[in-house]
Design a binder for this molecule. Structure first.
Ligand code: UTP
Length: 402
């Protein structure tokens, strides 16, 4: 049965009743191209997130990093110079919490001067490429929603001084969004509401975009994946790369010491003997508060969405299925009268795979401790926790002129 023949799909059916025959032909084509099995995840919500046995995983702490700094730095810079390190900027999200209707990276984070988030990230990357005397290939993931705007923004600003030939864009896929009963929302009379499918599909999307040959041709062995919204993000950090190589690991994750047992941050640990990230809501009270002999939290290091993966291993797991997370979201849509509704609070689900689930597909992962005040200033909201306000304060603390 076609989706528009299902009685429960009231939004699709209402749009079809009001559409012209021509519009409906267009809509049917659009709907036929979508794999609707994703909607089944609503009913499997609990089982998808069923987890194994968690155990703590010791981090490489700052004191050790400081004592082995020269060794790590040399290994990392050598890898960058040899062209073995690539970077992937995850910029396909919608930034709904920030309320922007354009790419998050175009946000002006300056106060007395204009400083775009994208600009600051390129500036952070340039610190590394200047030190190495070599450029790092940068791949930027967008979605079909923000791709054109993102490309245009980089072009308009001359790639903020980074060589254009080292930057490549690729788009991630979208998935339908629905209400709590699985009824697909309509974005317009001829289009269902679609949302980016999460940041977990980045490598698959790169492969689909034909970038694997580029990666192989360039001889990239390590890929650093990072979020768009942390303006203190260190990209292709030679110390991090060097430490992951020195430890003989397949992957690494930058982590920060948890500020409090109940901090809402995913913790890097093991699950059934393999590296894994336990989300804050998956931790029992006992796990969250357990302490080591020295008083530190046993599950004490949270991830900040900055990972390093061996390219070889990524190719090996490229076709593996990833868990689908059902995420509540505010979904603008046409109501049954055909009027556009912009909800104030979540009104349905979107479907996402997450990069953090890739960690569990690795044989090992090095938790690499960084100083929160130096490397973690996420901008999720305009004000309050993890906001533009807090990020600006943190940036000032690092001596960045705003
Ligand atoms: P978030 O989880 O903060 O999501 O993304 P978001 O879509 O940017 O923001 P909200 O939740 O709607 O407010 C973390 C990182 O993953 C990227 C984002 O761009 C950000 O760098 N991301 C997220 C993608 O690249 N694709 C996605 O589908 C989702």
């Amino acid at each position: 049965m076609k989706i528009w023949e299902e009685e429960k799909q009231v939004y699709i059916r209402a749009a079809m009743e009001q559409n012209s025959a021509e519009e409906n032909e267009q809509l049917k084509k659009e709907l036929d191209a979508i794999d609707w099995s994703v909607l089944d995840h609503i009913y499997r919500k609990e089982t998808v997130n069923e987890r194994g046995a968690f155990a703590p995983l010791a981090a490489v702490e700052q004191a050790e990093i400081a004592s082995r700094r020269d060794e790590f730095m040399e290994l990392g810079l050598d890898a960058v110079r040899a062209g073995e390190v690539g970077a992937v900027l995850l910029a396909g999200g919608q930034g709904t919490r920030l309320g922007l209707d354009r790419p998050k990276g175009t946000l002006n984070i300056g106060t007395d001067r204009t400083l775009y988030l994208f600009e600051q990230l390129i500036c952070n990357l340039k610190e590394v490429t200047d030190a190495a005397g070599a450029y790092v290939p940068l791949y930027i993931m967008t979605s079909h929603i923000n791709d054109q705007d993102t490309r245009a923004f980089f072009a308009e600003h001359a790639y903020f001084g980074y060589p254009e030939s080292f930057v490549k864009f690729f788009t991630q896929e979208l998935e339908p969004a629905c209400d709590y009963e699985g009824r697909v929302y309509m974005e317009s009379a001829t289009k269902p509401a679609m949302s980016p499918n999460g940041n977990g599909g980045w490598f698959g999307s790169m492969v689909k975009a034909g970038l694997l040959s580029d990666i192989r041709k360039k001889g990239i062995r390590w890929i650093n994946v990072f979020a768009v919204d942390n303006c203190l993000q260190r990209i292709a950090d030679p110390l991090f790369v060097g430490a992951t190589i020195a430890y003989g690991c397949q992957s690494g994750a930058k982590v920060v010491k948890k500020a409090a047992p109940d901090e809402k941050i995913g913790v890097l640990c093991t699950e059934d003997g393999k590296p894994s990230i336990a989300e804050y809501y998956e931790m029992t009270e006992e796990m969250a508060t357990a302490r080591k002999e020295n008083g530190d939290l046993l599950y004490g290091y949270g991830v900040i969405l900055n990972y390093l993966f061996s390219e070889e291993k990524l190719e090996e797991i490229a076709d593996a299925r990833m868990p689908v997370h059902v995420v509540e979201k505010k979904i603008p849509h046409l109501n049954l009268d055909g009027e556009l509704v912009k909800p104030e609070k979540p009104n349905g689900y979107k479907f996402e795979t997450l990069v953090l689930d890739m960690v569990h597909m690795m044989d090992d992962c090095l938790p690499y401790e960084v100083e929160r005040g130096r490397e973690f200033a996420p901008i999720k909201n305009l004000h309050g926790v993890d906001s533009l306000d807090t990020a600006r304060e943190l940036m000032k603390g690092c001596g960045i002129v705003l």
